[in-house]
Design a protein around this ligand. Structure first.
Ligand SMILES: Cc1cc2nc3c(=O)[nH]c(=O)nc-3n(C[C@H](O)[C@H](O)[C@H](O)COP(=O)(O)OP(=O)(O)OC[C@H]3O[C@@H](n4cnc5c(N)ncnc54)[C@H](O)[C@@H]3O)c2cc1C
Length: 246
């Protein structure tokens, strides 16, 4: 398990990759397990809480996040430029472990954020499924790590993509396990398919959280095994433990 630390990291790059979607790369030697996240902040007192972002990519000397602008915190992050400083605290959370055999990674929209580093760390054999409401983004980053299939809900506009939702054509049979992050309805639809096929589905949940270390219990959710802190026992859960049956 990687050591949790506070760091002031220099911003190396801020890249706009889609409407309101950015990749932010900071410098430093970091370690993390796939599926883990950092609490980040680029401000002093307001907003009070740092914001959780998953590890999008990790190299020998940098750490990257992929994020959408949602509100105040992410708007401030999007204004960072090379030479500014990002305060990061982590790595946090449980991360996910690779099942043996061929696995599938499924991302919906910015839910793809934890999957690139996961694909790199897991290694083959794996397939990658990415679903978007509009124009796809960051797809090319995934191409070296497995067969990538893309779906968009706007039909016919993007060559090589399926029209519809990723859950319309994703078939879990044949995979040892499925790993997913995205909007709740997507995760619930995947759960129904995986449960029917008897394939384990691991989901990364993105609820609101505060301290990140399990002290405040603010992110407690109720699983079939009892209460669990999203930041400590999660954010990865077996879907069977957090969603109701099909
Ligand atoms: C473990 C974890 C990992 C995450 N990783 C990523 C990531 O890699 N990339 C990314 O873009 N986002 C990620 N998120 C979600 C991200 O943390 C929120 O979008 C962000 O905190 C919003 O902050 P804000 O100040 O911009 O918006 P706020 O002003 O706080 O809120 C704006 C809107 O976003 C909603 N919102 C706020 N926090 C969350 C949240 N945690 N989950 C869902 N909706 C929220 C609010 O309800 C509101 O509608 C992650 C969340 C968690 C818990």
């Amino acid at each position: 398990m990687s050591a949790v630390a506070f760091r002031a990291a220099p911003v190396l790059e801020q890249r706009a990759v889609g409407p309101g979607v950015f990749v932010l790369r900071v410098g430093g030697e970091f370690t993390a397990n796939p599926g883990q996240f950092f609490l980040v902040r680029a401000w002093s007192f307001h907003p009070l809480l740092s914001r959780p972002l998953s590890v999008f990519d990790l190299s020998r000397d940098s750490l990257s996040f992929a994020y959408t602008v949602r509100g105040e915190g992410t708007k401030l992050l999007s204004r960072l430029r090379p030479g500014d400083v990002l305060h990061v605290f982590g790595p946090l959370g449980n991360g996910w472990s690779r099942a043996e055999g061929k696995v599938a990674l499924v991302g919906g929209g910015i839910g793809l954020a934890p999957l690139l580093f996961t694909a790199k760390a897991f290694g083959p054999p794996l397939d990658i499924f990415l679903g978007f409401r509009n124009e796809p983004f960051l797809v090319e980053e995934f191409l070296p790590f497995g067969k990538v299939q893309v779906a968009t809900e706007k039909p016919g506009r993007y060559p090589g993509t399926f029209s519809g939702m990723i859950t319309d054509f994703f078939e879990p049979r044949g995979y040892a396990a499925v790993y997913a992050c995205g909007p709740r309805p997507m995760l619930e639809a995947l759960h129904k398919k995986c449960q029917a096929a008897g394939i384990p589905l691991y989901v990364s949940l993105e609820e609101r959280l505060a301290c990140g270390i399990g002290a405040c219990f603010g992110c407690t959710i109720f699983t079939k095994k009892g209460p669990a802190r999203l930041c400590r026992e999660g954010p990865i859960f077996l879907a069977n433990e957090v969603f109701h049956g099909a």
